[in-house]
Design a protein around this ligand. Sequence first.
Ligand code: IPE
Ligand code: IPE
Ligand code: MG
Length: 250
Amino acid sequence: MTRPSPTQPATARQSRTQTAVPTHIAIIMDGNGRWAQSRHQPRTTGHRAGISSVRAVIDHLAKSGVHYVTLFAFSTENWSRPLEEVSVLLELLGEAVRDETAELHQNDVRILHLGRLDRLSPKLRQEIQRAIELTKDNTGLTLSVAFDYGGRDEIVEATRRIVAAGIPAEEIDESLFGHYLQTPTIPDPDLVIRTGGEFRISNFLLWQSAYSEFYSTPVHWPDFDEQEMERALEAFRLRKRRFGSLSPEE
Ligand code: IPE
Ligand code: IPE
Ligand code: MG
């Protein structure tokens, strides 16, 4: 195993200057099931409807000057849902990879996957790996899809790799640990958006979101559009980030 270099890109958390546009937006795409149920439809209809929001949001953010978008699509805990719902979610991931990769590649988007691949079918795994390989040199938006992702799982896995690499305890610091996570090439999220109205992190980017601004909206994911994204961006503009320090005027 190659040992990651500690000279990777600086994280957003290291910069104290508030920029108008977040460099990295991470989204917990929640509320699909309730959106469908309120329409007397099966929950899976909500998951299908959510795909249009994904397209709209990616297009909009690419034009807004955001460089990194991370989407939470399936958590390590979501396997506990009914088999039929899990099957539809896996199917939708496969469809999205097959149908969207070519256009994303044309638009210079770099695709990444966060989370575990070992519990997906070999076919789906290969399709994801091909999309990552095809787009790896693209320099536009970086789109990370968190599927079978859990923040705790990621931290445990990083710890295992550090131990397996035989790194002495005194060499382990935050920077080294961060490079063993799945996000060594992406800065920490500046803004985490959660749709569907809950105020919790649900095991998403536990390490990376230490100083992210959190924005929760009651809007369910299938109804989250460009206008809702503008609301979130406006809320972000009004935030004062201190990172434990004091703002210049304080
Ligand atoms: C988010 O929507 C998608 C996944 C978690 C896979 P939900 O399916 O959680 O929708 P609600 O929260 O039950 O409405
Ligand atoms: C979080 O939503 C996971 C995703 C959006 C993929 P959940 O619906 O699984 O979260 P909880 O169960 O309400 O915390
Ligand atoms: Mg939910």
